[in-house]
Write a protein of this length. Structure first.
Length: 148
């Protein structure tokens, strides 16, 4: 191998052995996603479900409701505004698990949610389940969901 070939080989090996982000960086990214998920849930409580979802959705976000995909912020907001009465329905959740990609641009959360509604007779009904959200870092550095 000639000198130039050896140098090129060393450079390639050096880049190929990149150790990726530090544990501290991964932890910081996870904390950012966790804080965003919590703020998302808090907004649903204070401003209503449609406002929270439209605020934290990425432009290309998709939600699955009743075996139907609703795509984009505008359609998500329209759908939730038509189906959620903020005075009688509430949704709370909290992330129990957070993971982030080594590139720091995608992450996901899951945990338990509680959906509470009041029926026409004034009876409170509570539904519990597990949520899963996929988060994507936007060009402005903010985390927004792309799947819920």
């Amino acid at each position: 191998m000639n000198y130039l070939g050896a140098c090129f080989f060393i450079i390639l090996v050096g880049f190929g052995c990149s150790s990726g982000p530090s544990e501290a960086q991964l932890s910081t990214w996870k904390d950012e996603i966790r804080a965003t998920e919590i703020a998302f849930s808090d907004l649903a409580q204070t401003e209503g479900i449609p406002k929270a979802f439209s605020t934290y959705a990425a432009p290309d976000a998709v939600i699955l409701r009743n075996e139907r995909l609703i795509k984009g912020i505008s359609d998500i907001e329209k759908h939730l505004s038509a189906t959620e009465n903020s005075s009688s329905n509430s949704l709370t959740w909290s992330p129990e698990f957070v993971e982030v990609s080594s590139s720091g641009d995608l992450g996901y959360t899951y945990g338990n949610y509680t959906y509470t509604t009041i029926d026409a007779l004034g009876n409170t009904k509570e539904y519990k389940g597990i949520f899963h959200t996929v988060w994507k870092r936007q060009k402005d550095g903010k985390w927004r969901f792309v799947w819920d």
